[in-house]
Design a protein around this ligand. Structure first.
Ligand code: F6R
Length: 359
C-alpha cells in the first residue's frame, strides 16, 4: 500500500536507502565474503566478454554496470538493447556470457534475446526483482534485486538496486579472479555510503521541489549533460523526466553538445549538469560555461569532491563507480515534482505500461 504517501513513486524513491541495506545484508556475509553462487562465478570467469541485455531504465543501469565490471572484474562488457540486439546480432566474442537486467523479468524485447541465447546453448544470468519471472526461469542463473514490489510505472528503486547488485557481482568475480582492483573495492562500505547518501538527498526534498519549480516551470525542453559515468546517468535522468512530466528531455555526453545540439540552447533553456566523474569534471565545467554564454539556466549536481561555490545539489561521498546510485535520486525527485506540478498521473503516465510484454 501507499501508506501515508500520495504516490507510489515517492514511496519507492524513499525506500532506496533500505533497499541498499537489504542488498548488503543478503549478499555480503558478516566476515565480508560474498553470497554469490560459485557455479555462476565459475561460468562467468570463462567469458571473454559480458553482454548485458536490457530495455529502458534497466538498459541505463547496464551502462553504469559496464563501468563497474570493467574496472572491478577486468572483463570487457557490451551493453545492448534487447529490441535491437536480438534481430541485428553483432559478431559475438568466442566465449560470451549474457546478463539480462529486468525489473519485471517479463520484458518481451529482452526475452526474445534469451530464447536465442538458449538456442545457441550459451550461459546466462538474469538479474531481476521477480524471482519466478519468465526471464528468471529461462536463464542459467538468477540473482534477485530485493527491491520489493515496484508499483509506479517509472522505475526508481529497481535502477539503484540493479547497480548495487552489479557491484556485488563485479566484486565477487574480480576477487575470484584475484584482480587487484577488486580487493580495493569495498562493496560493503560503499553500499553503506549509498544508503546514507540517498537518505541525505531524500531529506532535501523541499529544496529539490523548489529547484524544480525554478528551472522547469513553463519549460518544454530540458537537457541533462555529463561525461563518463555521468553520461550514462544523464540518459536515465532524462528518461525519468520525459516519461512522467512529458517535458522533452535529452541526456547528452557533455562534449557532444557543441557538435550540433548546442543550437537548441536559448535564453532560460534548462541544462542540468552532472559532475561526479573526475576525469571529465573540468571539461564539463567548460561545457557549462558554453551553454551559460548562450543563455542556458544551469543546475549543477556535483559530488562533494568536485563541487564549487554556486553548485545547487551536492552528492555525498561514494566511489565514483557507484555515484549514479545517489546522483539519480535528485533526477527522480525533479521528475516527480515536475509531473506533480503539471497535474499528471505520476504513477500511471500516459501511453505506458509497467511491464512491456510485447515486442
Ligand atoms: C522506465 C521504465 C522502463 C523499464 C523497461 C524495462 O521508468 O520503467 O523503461 O525500465 O520497460 O523493464 P524491465 O526492467 O521490467 O525489463
Amino acid at each position: 500500500s501507499k501508506g501515508t504517501y500520495d504516490h507510489y513513486m515517492l514511496k519507492e524513491i524513499d525506500e532506496q536507502p533500505n533497499v541498499m541495506r537489504k542488498i548488503s545484508q543478503n549478499y555480503i556475509k558478516n566476515d565480508g565474503s560474498l553470497n554469490v553462487e560459485q557455479d555462476l562465478l565459475d561460468e562467468i570467469k570463462k567469458a571473454d566478454r559480458l553482454y548485458i541485455v536490457a530495455a529502458g531504465t534497466s538498459y541505463h543501469a547496464g551502462l553504469v554496470g559496464k563501468n563497474i565490471f570493467e574496472a572491478v572484474s577486468d572483463v570487457p562488457v557490451d551493453v545492448e538493447l534487447g529490441s535491437e540486439f536480438g534481430y541485428h546480432m553483432p559478431k559475438l566474442s568466442k566465449h560470451p556470457f549474457f546478463i539480462f537486467l529486468s525489473q519485471s523479468g517479463e520484458t518481451a524485447d529482452s526475452r526474445q534475446v534469451l530464447v536465442k541465447v538458449n538456442e545457441m546453448n550459451l550461459p546466462s544470468l538474469t538479474i531481476t526483482n521477480v524471482p519466478n519471472s519468465t526471464l528468471s526461469r529461462e536463464a542459467t542463473f538468477t540473482m534477485e534485486l530485493l527491491a520489493g514490489p515496484e508499483i509506479a510505472v517509472a522505475s526508481t528503486k529497481a535502477y539503484t538496486a540493479q547497480i548495487a547488485v552489479e557491484a556485488v557481482l563485479a566484486k565477487a568475480l574480480g576477487e575470484d579472479k584475484n584482480y587487484p582492483a577488486a580487493k580495493d573495492f569495498d562493496v560493503k562500505g560503499e553500499l553503506a555510503l549509498a544508503a546514507n547518501g540517498i537518505q541525505q538527498i531524500v531529506d532535501e526534498k523541499d529544496k529539490i521541489k523548489a529547484l524544480t519549480a525554478d528551472f522547469l516551470t513553463g519549460q518544454s525542453d530540458a537537457f541533462y549533460i555529463g561525461r563518463g559515468i555521468d553520461y550514462a546517468l544523464s540518459l536515465e535522468a532524462a528518461l525519468k523526466l520525459k516519461e512522467i512530466s512529458y517535458i522533452h528531455a535529452e541526456g547528452f555526453a557533455a562534449g557532444e553538445l557543441k557538435h550540433g545540439t548546442i543550437a537548441l540552447i536559448e535564453k532560460d533553456t534548462p541544462v542540468i549538469a552532472y559532475i561526479n566523474d573526475g576525469v571529465g569534471a573540468s571539461h564539463t565545467r567548460g561545457n557549462i560555461q558554453e551553454v551559460e554564454a548562450r543563455g542556458a539556466h544551469v543546475l549543477v549536481i556535483a559530488s562533494q569532491k568536485y563541487a564549487q561555490a554556486g553548485d545547487q545539489i551536492i552528492i555525498p561521498e561514494i566511489d565514483e563507480l557507484l555515484s549514479p546510485i545517489i546522483s539519480v535520486v535528485p533526477a527522480q525527485l525533479i521528475a516527480y515534482y515536475a509531473s506533480l506540478a503539471r497535474g499528471n498521473d505520476v504513477d500511471r503516465p500516459r501511453n505506458l505500461a509497467k511491464s512491456v510484454t510485447v515486442e
